[in-house]
Design a protein around this ligand. Structure first.
Ligand code: LMR
Length: 396
């Protein structure tokens, strides 16, 4: 049965990490997978996370199963972080939040829920979008179309084209937006643009579906969810997938959530059963540890203040690396305007180099970046930035 199987090509993002690990070049740099690295090139466990783990080891007295929808306390914390308490109260029983195994688990359960609600639904994704959106949602049987998003020549969102496209999306379809720190481009919607998206969503009646993987990595925990909150308070229905991989640094603990806002509390009660059933059919229940860490941190004022502080340090460092890269490219005499990188948000930006130049960066200079020219800004530091700049200069 297995003899005729052929190997698949490496994953476009995770495959780079494997190639990087196998590379013997001491100057190698991994600008591929979206993982934060500190000034020493490490991905540290956040201080509050370490403390919460100590508390959990000392206090946890059972490893019995959790519910398919996860820990109720964690779900409320995620909803509060995303919506703020006032809006959360306003939405009341119209909102359902369930714990999921990371953002990916949330996307997968959302996809199955969407298929159940409307088997004919098309999900409209930004061009470009995260490389795993289509494989992940598509494996649940959803159909896709793209809306224009990033203009590689102006390095900005082509919003007029995007809006024009969205104004043709019918009721019953979904529009997948990135809540903040657009992956892969780093180019986010402005507040005015979110307002315009709200108007078109209300006029057309399509359902907005938000992937919120980077809350707190752009401008701040509240500023990054301006669009999410705007749509949550004004649209009858909304789907949001949250991830704690980046903002709590819980990557491998697979800690996420899926929130569905419905027109009525009755619909939300039905949705809860559908999400629980989808979880049960896939993985039975989400892993507990990461969610227990988040809950422990957020229920402890000292730990949550420290977490907020460390997250700000991470955010500020990424933003200063953006400025540093632009400045070093300029100082090195690179004859191209990279100032757009400084205006973008989150971990990623497109370098905007050709495919052959990407291959040269990888194979000659051991600088690993995604095939779209996406680079992880958060992987740079004082030790590697000049090598990166010189290598970019050489390939240009
Ligand atoms: C990324 O885009 O690099 C991250 O979201 C990690 C992943 O799973 O692809």
């Amino acid at each position: 049965m297995f003899q005729s199987l052929q190997p698949l090509p490496p994953d476009p993002i995770l495959g780079l990490s494997a190639a990087y690990r196998a590379d013997a070049n001491p100057s190698k740099v991994d600008l591929g997978v979206g993982v934060y690295k500190d000034a020493n090139g490490n991905t540290p466990v956040m201080r509050a996370v370490k403390r919460a783990e100590e508390i959990l080891v000392a206090s946890q007295n059972s490893k019995a199963y959790v519910a398919p929808t996860g820990a109720a306390g964690y779900n409320e914390i995620i909803a509060s972080l995303m919506l703020g308490n006032t809006l959360k109260q306003f939405l009341s029983d119209r909102r359902v939040t369930v714990q999921t195994p990371g953002g990916c688990g949330g996307l997968r359960i959302a996809a199955e829920f969407i298929r159940h609600a409307n088997p004919d639904a098309t999900v409209w994704v930004s061009d470009p979008t995260w490389a795993n959106h289509i494989p992940l949602l598509g494996s649940a049987g959803l159909k896709f179309k793209q809306y224009p998003y990033y203009d590689h020549s102006t390095h900005s969102v082509k919003f007029d084209e995007m809006l024009c496209c969205l104004s043709e999306v019918p009721k019953g379809d979904l529009v997948l937006l990135h809540g903040c720190c657009h992956n892969p481009s780093g180019a986010d919607l402005t507040r005015e643009q979110w307002l315009a998206v709200r108007e078109v969503a209300l006029a057309q009646g399509f359902t907005v579906f938000i992937d919120l993987a980077y809350q707190g990595l752009g401008d701040g925990l509240d500023a990054d969810v301006f669009g999410v909150r705007l749509l949550a308070e004004s649209l009858p229905e909304l789907i949001v997938v949250s991830s704690c991989s980046k903002n709590f640094g819980l990557y491998r603990e697979r800690t996420g959530a899926l929130t569905v806002i419905c027109e009525t509390a009755e619909a939300a009660a039905a949705v809860t059963t559908l999400l629980a059933s989808a979880a049960r059919a896939n993985y039975s229940m989400p892993p507990d540890h990461g969610a227990a860490i988040v809950q422990t941190i957020m229920e402890n004022p000292e730990l949550s203040t420290d977490w907020d502080f460390e997250l700000k340090e991470i955010r500020d460092r990424i933003n200063s690396l953006r400025a540093l890269l632009v400045a070093r490219l300029q100082t090195a005499g690179v004859d191209r305007d990279f100032s757009f990188i400084e205006k973008e948000k989150g971990m990623f930006s497109f370098l905007g180099v050709r495919k052959d130049q990407i291959q040269t960066l990888i194979h000659k200079y051991s600088i690993y970046l995604v095939g779209s020219s996406r680079i992880n800004i958060a992987s740079m530091n004082e030790d590697n930035i000049d090598y990166i700049v010189q290598s970019i200069k050489a390939v240009l």
